[in-house]
Design a protein around this ligand. Sequence first.
Ligand code: ADP
Ligand code: 5GP
Length: 386
Amino acid sequence: MGEAPAFLVDELQDGPVNGYELKNGSCKTTTTIGDKTYVITGADDGTLSIEVQIFDRNLGEWVHPTVLGIKPMSCKGHSTVLLEDRILILKKGSKPNDQIWFLEVDTPYVRQQRKISGSEVVAWSKGVIGNAEKPVVISGPSGVGKGTLITMLMQEFPSMFGFSVSHTTRAPRNIEEDGVHYHFTEKSVMEKEIKNGKFLEFASVHGNLYGTSVEAVEMVADAGKRCILDIDVQGARSVRASSLEAIFIFICPPSMKELEKRLRDRGTEKEEQILKRLRNAEAEIEQGKSSQIFDFILYNDNLEECYEKLKKLLGLDSFITAPLKSAAPREINLPMDFSVSKTDDKIIINCISSGLEKESNNFRITLDISSLKGGAPGRTRGLELS
Ligand code: ADP
Ligand code: 5GP
């Protein structure tokens, strides 16, 4: 059992908004929710991540939480604002796309992870201004033509779509490149990363482990593109249950005979793998058609016709090659010096300019948090600036 440090008891009146700089240049904030005080500490050299400790006021002891998600790097100080089930962290002196973070302490995702692990859990999620287009999840049995359709879409609309590069423990095929088609990895490494919350979803498919990392999806969204995921039905089910809002499309073969022909003609699998994939295909098709996971089912008989239907349901059928409006997320650029206050659904950031005529150059940013979406294990979107 540890003792409550002095700053928890005396020095810091923790309220809905706080920020507290220590003499050694590091920054510590405390936020109390119920009987727990979340102590968020960052060093000022920018080489270490911001750390979280929890002091349980009831038990009078420190709790060491499992911290999920990519941690923010520390900076020249930070302020925190309590928002019901998460803490908003505004970083000082960071790059514009790295200034808003959320520490989720009691969101549905955190509660679920706490139940699974049986221990205290918190999760980091980076905040993004505005919304990204819904990702597109494409599933279907091996050999049905998912990859072919996705390649066609990416070639026709290169600035609109980005592919979520999955991790897999299967061996690369001749033409496959690490980091492009898949991140090829070891089973033990992937299992460890799954435990650490790196994956949005994962599944054992045809005897190998496959998974979509949170980073794979977020990298595409951060580039202002719409993310396409090629994952199996189990993975689609997990994504459906996650905080990621997506469009789910299942691709069906015209017949099992044609599926077998396509798999054999592709020539990428040995006989044993072909038979395994065909056996699994029947169950996948059954689930794809009946499971309520999918918003649309497409039959890939004639390739061109199926592609036209895919474009139609993505709203691209009448798409003329006009310049695309950039969907790149907007950013805020906080100065080194600011103070924060909260009113209902708005965070008011009073920015103090470093110019000579200090006062007249001061400005105010209002952050609307009324339509927050997503969150751990991905980004938190829907923040609006005014
Ligand atoms: P998946 O990604 O679903 O495993 P692929 O895109 O690799 O499937 O397609 C499997 C094989 O079938 C490839 O050789 C591809 O060229 C071929 N193919 C895809 N769609 C069709 C189609 N509509 N008609 C005939 N062959 C097709
Ligand atoms: P392949 O070995 O042919 O590349 O892929 C086999 C199956 O794994 C396909 O059905 C494909 O959709 C699925 N798959 C690929 N990546 C992922 C992933 O990240 N997660 C899940 N659940 N399935 C994946």
